[in-house]
Design a protein around this ligand. Structure first.
Ligand SMILES: NC(=O)c1ccc[n+]([C@@H]2O[C@H](COP(=O)([O-])OP(=O)(O)OC[C@H]3O[C@@H](n4cnc5c(N)ncnc54)[C@H](O)[C@@H]3O)[C@@H](O)[C@H]2O)c1
Length: 258
């Protein structure tokens, strides 16, 4: 028995590090994967990897900032798979122009909020009706520890977007708990993906980060996928509205071992 047997799972940003890891892990547990991304090639690669491992998946191109595209996505997934049970609203960006509140251009702020926050809102708005139609389901929204704790090397739009995703998730959880829909935010610390690695351009930059991670290393996409799997599956049936922190101890550290 797989932990997601027969469940139709829509993963946004499925061509990227965490989205791909979630897609692969969910398929191993019997999930039927609707992999979606604004970029076709990496999204299709994820599907090919799932199929090569004997799983079921299909690719759907969609831009999470575009309401018509998002509405069409869930319609297409429902037509292909017959129902939707799990949403992993994972697509997100960290943009170079997003930094200190003193310097960030309005355009960069807006772009980050558009993808990281409005994208999650639109996926909930159009995806959750499908969960309700299926009798209930689980929503996993991708937050970040940046939405919970401050950073001296701020990315102001990113932090604001993730804090808002956490708040939005709580409201969804409370509103829909009695209708069978659970919603939780997953809050990773820095994970080895292209998104995080762009910050550590040299050894010195990485060392500045590493000293603040009690575990002394970055997380791996597969470690985030395990937490997402718990939230997506019925094992978390009484867990809703929470923020699950998966960060090697960063957010609770006052000092680190070295
Ligand atoms: N990597 C980290 O350290 C880290 C830490 C905390 C939270 N997160 C969050 O995890 C999520 C995934 O991050 P990742 O590290 O795997 O990044 P990634 O860059 O590897 O993947 C992100 C994916 O989102 C897709 N995407 C971007 N804009 C999109 C749009 N408008 N519509 C649809 N898809 C779009 C990209 O094409 C890409 O495939 C993000 O929400 C990120 O904020 C990442």
């Amino acid at each position: 028995m797989g932990r997601l047997d027969g469940k139709v799972c829509v993963v946004t940003g499925a061509g990227g590090g965490i989205g791909r890891a979630c897609s692969l892990r969910f398929a191993e547990e019997g999930g039927r994967l609707a992999c979606t991304d604004v970029l076709e090639e990496p999204g299709r690669e994820t599907v090919a990897l799932i199929e090569a491992a004997g799983g079921e998946a299909a690719f759907f191109a969609a831009d999470v900032t575009d309401e018509a595209s998002v509405a069409a996505l869930y319609g297409a997934v429902e037509s292909r798979f017959g129902a939707v049970h799990v949403l992993v609203n994972n697509a997100g960006v960290l943009l170079p122009g997003d930094g200190s509140v003193l310097e960030t251009e309005l355009e960069a702020w807006r772009r980050v909020l558009d993808i990281n926050l409005t994208g999650v809102f639109l996926c909930c708005k159009h995806g959750i009706p499908k969960l309700l139609a299926a009798g209930g389901g689980s929503v996993v929204n991708m937050g970040s520890i940046s939405g919970l704790v401050g950073s001296a090397t701020s990315q102001i739009g990113y932090a604001a977007s993730k804090g808002a995703v956490i708040a939005l998730t709580r409201d969804i959880a409370v509103e829909l708990a009695r209708r069978g829909v659970r919603a939780n935010a997953l809050c990773p610390g820095p994970v080895e993906t292209p998104l995080a690695l762009q910050l550590y351009t040299d050894e010195a930059a990485w060392e500045r980060r590493r000293v603040h991670i009690p575990a002394g290393r970055l997380g791996k996409p597969a470690e985030i996928a395990e937490a997402a799997l718990f939230l997506a599956s019925d094992e978390s049936s009484w867990v809703t509205g929470t923020s699950l922190v998966v960060d090697g101890g960063i957010a609770v550290a006052y000092t680190t071992p070295e």
